[in-house]
Design a protein around this ligand. Sequence first.
Ligand code: ATP
Ligand code: MG
Length: 295
Amino acid sequence: MTTSDEQDEMKTAEMEEKQSRVAAGASVSGGLASPPRPAEGEPEAETMTTRNLKVSFGKTDAVKGVDMEIRARSVTAIIGPSGCGKTTYLRALNRMHDYSPSARVSGTVLLGDRDIYGDDMSPVELRTRVGMVFQRPNPFPTMSIRDNITFAPRRHGRVRRGEMGELVERVLRQAALWDEVKDRLDDSAIGLSGGQQQRLCIARALAVKPGVILMDEPASALDPTATQRIEELIYDLKKHYTIVIVTHNMQQAARVSDYTAFFYVGNLVEFGETDQVFTNPREERTEAYITGRFG
Ligand SMILES: Nc1ncnc2c1ncn2[C@@H]1O[C@H](COP(=O)(O)OP(=O)(O)OP(=O)(O)O)[C@@H](O)[C@H]1O
Ligand SMILES: [Mg+2]
């Protein structure tokens, strides 16, 4: 017998599988081919800007008009109580809501100076420039470690066959996973531990050379050691990438981020340098939240 809980769980798993393919830069319904970009060199870290960004689901206004500038080559943490719109905001930066029929998005999202919802940027191009890592590690379950990484670059024809091995090694090294998996690249990705799977998902995101990486509570399912590795990785990556991380962990936000955004019921209440937000918040609500008085 299949209970409705199990059905929900299966639906969620299917949805996440689809979304991770989307996030990895593959088109779901055979979208436009992305324009060629150089296979070598550094990724183009870019700023992202939102102006009056609103997202609603039916009658729920999840994000209520957020203006924010996300700086290049830095880590921006998004914090705030459960349900305040952090995930919804993050997904709007990568057009993930395109696949939710009930979602309505308005306002402007710029990548550099280009409107990501504008006609001149295809969702496929966008996803090669803005990568995403989800809360639960979601490697493609039927693929090997190697194929998880090469799937999207192969789809885009961005890397020649002979260069795939090099790409796999490079991104696995960047994600601090190479030494642990170099002898088992053809094994199934789901044989990895949770922390290794999450680093694989980060390697997979890096393989399309995005300039921006969005992470939604990437360490929340991991133990302290795995969490520390992810944090060190984020610290290293910010030299070349623009990183946005949603986290419930105040210490983590304080440790890894340069800027912090505090969200509350769909609004951006405070944005500033992390030191300032944590030691001298301007808003009473920020102070109440970071000192643990609510949320
Ligand atoms: N697909 C959806 N359909 C309907 N409502 C949604 C959907 N996604 C989010 N919401 C609603 O939007 C609001 C914001 O949700 P969101 O997931 O962005 O919160 P969050 O800050 O990420 O919370 P958490 O810390 O618990 O992850 C909530 O009221 C939520 O119920
Ligand atoms: Mg969330």
